[in-house]
Design a protein around this ligand. Structure first.
Ligand SMILES: Cc1cc2nc3c(=O)[nH]c(=O)nc-3n(C[C@H](O)[C@H](O)[C@H](O)COP(=O)(O)OP(=O)(O)OC[C@H]3O[C@@H](n4cnc5c(N)ncnc54)[C@H](O)[C@@H]3O)c2cc1C
Length: 383
C-alpha cells in the first residue's frame, strides 16, 4: 500500500471543514487534504431540488430546499455574516407575515392566531444554506476535497499522524500528516474513529458526552408552485400538538418555488419503526388539516431523518436534547496528541456550539491555533 503525505489533513467536509480549507488556502497553505466520508460535501447542510430529489451540493442553484439548517442571525453572528458577504451570497428575511395556525390535537380544528415576528429576525440565504457549501467548494483547489473517503483510524507516529482512510468500497489508503483538524461532531469522533494511542480519558469522555446538535431530529419539506396559504393571510407557520410535525414554517424561495417545512416531533426511537414513506404520508395529511387540500399534492417532498444517519448521529443521539451543550476542549492540553489534533466541528465552538456560526468560529480558531503552534510553516504565495 502506498503512503501519501500532506502537511494538514481535515477530516469532514461540512461547513467547518470547508471553511478551514478555504482559510488555509487564503493564507497560502496549499499542502492540505480534506476527507469527506459522504459522496457529497455539506454534512448537516443538505438540500433537495423542487422535486424533492438529491442534488450535487457542490453546485449552486436558486431553487434549493434545506433538510438541514435554514437560518442564521447576522446581528448576533457577525463572523458568519462576514463570510456570507465575503462569498458574495444574498440573504433575506424569513417570511413571517400573516396568521399562525395552532393545532392542539388531531380531533380539534386548528386555531388561527396572530403571528409573531422573531427578534432578531431569522435570515435565510438565496439558494438555501447549501449556497455556502457551493461557494466555498468552488473556491477550493480541485485536489483538496476528496469525497467518499472515511477516516477510520488515526495513529500517532514520531513525526506525523498516520490516517487510515477507506474509500467507498472499503479499500484503505494511508496518509501521513503533521496535523489533523477534526471537522466532525466531537461525539462522532470519539465513537466512530480509532485513536492509537487512545485519547486522554478525560478528553474522550468530554467528546463522547457532547450531544450533536439536531442529530436526534428529522425534517420534512414539501414544495409547491405558489405559496397559496399566503392568499388566506396565513404565514405558513404552525405549531402542533397533534403531529407528526411540531413546528412548521414557510421556506419559499423569492423568485423560485414555494415550500413549507416541518420538524418532525415523533421521537427518533419511534420513527425507526415507521418507513419514511408512511411518515411522509402523515406529514402531507397534517398539511392538509392545516392548510387545505392543495397542501396534499406538493410537486415534490422529502424527509431527512438525521438520527438514522451514521455520519451525523450515534446511539447516544437518539434522545432529543433541547439545549446546546457547552463546548468540550478541542485538543489535548498535554501528552502525545497535544498539538497534533484539533477539533473544529461546530460543537467545539465556545460561542455558538452546534450552530452554523459555531462551525465558522471553531474552524477559524482551529486554523489560527495550528498556525501559532507550528512556526515551521513556510508561506507560499496566497491565492
Ligand atoms: C435539521 C437541522 C436543522 C438545523 N438548523 C440550524 C439552523 O437553522 N441554524 C443553525 O445555525 N444551525 C442549524 N443546524 C446545525 C448546523 O447544521 C450545524 O451546526 C453545522 O452544519 C455543522 O457543521 P460542521 O461542519 O461542524 O459538522 P457537519 O455538518 O456534521 O459535518 C461533518 C462532516 O464530517 C463527515 N464525516 C463524519 N465522519 C467522518 C469520517 N470518519 N471521515 C470523513 N468524514 C466524516 C460527515 O459526513 C460530514 O460531512 C441544524 C442542523 C440540522 C440537522
Amino acid at each position: 500500500m502506498t503512503t501519501q503525505h500532506t502537511r494538514i489533513a481535515i477530516v469532514g467536509g461540512g461547513l467547518a471543514g470547508l471553511v478551514a480549507a478555504w482559510k488555509l488556502q487564503q493564507q497560502g497553505v496549499r499542502d492540505v487534504v480534506l476527507f469527506e466520508a459522504r459522496a457529497n460535501v455539506g454534512g448537516r447542510i443538505l438540500s433537495v431540488d423542487s422535486r424533492g430529489s438529491s442534488v450535487d451540493m457542490a453546485l449552486p442553484a436558486l431553487d434549493r430546499f434545506d433538510l438541514g439548517p435554514s437560518w442564521f442571525w447576522p446581528s448576533m453572528q457577525p463572523q458568519l455574516d462576514r463570510l456570507v458577504a465575503e462569498l458574495g451570497l444574498e440573504r433575506f428575511e424569513q417570511f413571517e407575515d400573516g396568521d399562525l395556525l395552532v393545532e392542539h390535537s388531531a380531533e380539534q380544528s386548528p386555531q388561527r392566531v396572530r403571528g409573531y415576528v422573531n427578534n432578531p429576525t431569522s435570515m435565510r440565504l438565496a439558494g438555501g444554506t447549501g449556497a455556502l457549501v457551493a461557494a466555498l467548494h468552488a473556491r477550493l483547489d480541485a485536489a483538496v476535497v476528496r469525497t467518499g473517503q472515511t477516516v477510520r483510524q488515526l495513529r500517532l507516529g514520531s513525526t506525523h499522524v498516520e490516517l487510515t482512510v477507506d474509500d467507498a468500497a472499503g479499500d484503505p489508503t494511508i496518509w501521513h500528516d503533521e496535523q489533523v483538524l477534526l471537522a466532525v461532531p466531537p461525539r462522532l469522533a470519539a465513537t466512530r474513529m480509532q485513536f492509537d494511542p487512545p485519547l486522554p480519558p478525560h478528553l474522550a469522555r468530554r467528546w463522547q458526552g457532547t450531544p450533536t446538535w439536531m442529530a436526534p431530529h428529522a425534517k420534512y419539506v414539501a414544495v409547491y408552485d405558489t405559496p397559496f396559504w399566503r392568499e388566506k393571510g396565513l404565514s405558513g407557520g404552525a405549531r402542533s400538538g397533534a403531529g407528526p410535525m411540531g413546528e412548521i414554517h414557510d421556506v419559499s424561495i423569492p423568485g423560485g418555488h414555494a415550500a413549507l417545512f416541518g420538524f418532525v416531533g415523533v421521537p427518533a426511537r419511534v420513527r425507526r419503526q415507521v418507513s419514511d414513506e408512511v411518515l411522509r404520508t402523515h406529514c402531507r395529511a397534517q398539511l392538509v388539516r392545516l392548510f387545505g387540500k392543495r397542501a396534499g399534492a406538493p410537486m415534490g417532498d422529502a424527509l431527512k431523518d438525521w438520527a438514522a444517519d451514521p455520519l451525523t448521529a450515534t446511539d447516544d443521539d437518539q434522545d432529543a436534547s433541547d439545549h446546546h451543550a457547552a463546548a468540550p476542549p478541542c485538543s489535548a492540553d498535554a501528552g502525545e496528541w497535544h498539538g497534533r489534533l484539533i477539533g473544529i466541528g461546530s460543537e467545539w465552538s465556545v460561542q455558538f456550539p452546534g450552530y452554523l456560526a459555531g462551525a465558522v468560529d471553531a474552524a477559524e480558531r482551529g486554523v489560527q491555533q495550528i498556525r501559532t503552534s507550528n512556526d515551521r510553516w513556510t508561506k507560499e504565495p496566497a491565492a
